[in-house]
Unconditional design. Structure first.
Length: 237
């Protein structure tokens, strides 16, 4: 949702009630958080991590917020990895500007500019990515370099994870789990109740980590009940 200032507003819900809200915009290559408030444990952190992921999807490398110096908000953001970079005194109380450099290694929505790299990973024609930037596709990226791909697709009444595909140098670093979470999130947002991922050599060694997130082994696949185990992306940033 966009408000008249141009900021994006996100709302967290808990059992049908509003648990938190955040507003943010991007400015000079940074995600600027206008305000963040929550009334439920962990809702604020979840909203903050969502803003950070969306900033990464847009290629932004910094997230920034101004808080009252010495406040509980300052302590919370420090715990979440934000450090002071400046002070402001343009209001009744002095403000401290906090900033976090967002990780370069991330899993984001694919872009048309990723076409050649995605084609090399998947064997598909680059046109598929350059012309469509297909929804449900995500790129694992190290800075601007695409190092992996994953996607969620509907097959009849069921949902399937495509991939994940990952360059060898980046395997075994936790990206695989993150990639599956992005695919599961997309499927859940589009009405999926279950999703399957092939038990590939890339995923089989991660069986315990996958089980912790609700994936259970069924024959040659890992299956997840998305109602019982919804995606938890905020823990992966």
């Amino acid at each position: 949702m966009l408000i008249q200032t141009g900021s994006t507003v996100l709302v967290a819900e808990d059992a049908g009630a509003i648990a938190g809200v955040v507003a943010w915009h991007h400015e000079d290559g940074s995600a600027v958080i206008d305000f963040l408030a929550s009334v439920r444990p962990r809702a604020g952190r979840a909203l903050l991590r969502t803003v950070e992921r969306r900033a990464q999807d847009r290629g932004l490398r910094l997230a920034r917020i101004a808080v009252v110096e010495g406040s509980r908000a300052e302590a919370a953001f420090a715990f979440w990895g934000y450090t002071p970079v400046a002070r402001r005194s343009d209001g009744p109380r002095p403000l401290l500007v906090l900033e976090r450099r967002l990780p370069l290694l991330t899993v984001r929505e694919v872009r048309r500019s990723d076409a050649e790299a995605l084609a090399a990973l998947t064997g598909r024609d680059p046109w598929f990515f350059a012309a469509l930037a297909p929804p449900g596709w995500y790129a694992a990226a190290d800075g601007e370099r695409v190092v992996g791909a994953v996607w969620a697709e509907r097959r009849g009444s069921s949902w399937q994870v495509g991939g994940p595909l990952l360059l060898e140098a980046y395997r075994g670093r936790g990206l695989e789990v993150w990639m599956l979470e992005r695919a599961a999130q997309y499927a859940a947002m589009h009405g999926a109740q279950h999703i399957r991922a092939a038990a590939s050599p890339l995923l089989t060694p991660l069986a315990r980590d996958l089980e912790d997130r609700g994936w259970r082994r069924e024959g040659d696949a890992f299956v997840r009940d998305l109602l019982a185990f919804p995606p938890r992306l905020e823990t992966l940033v």
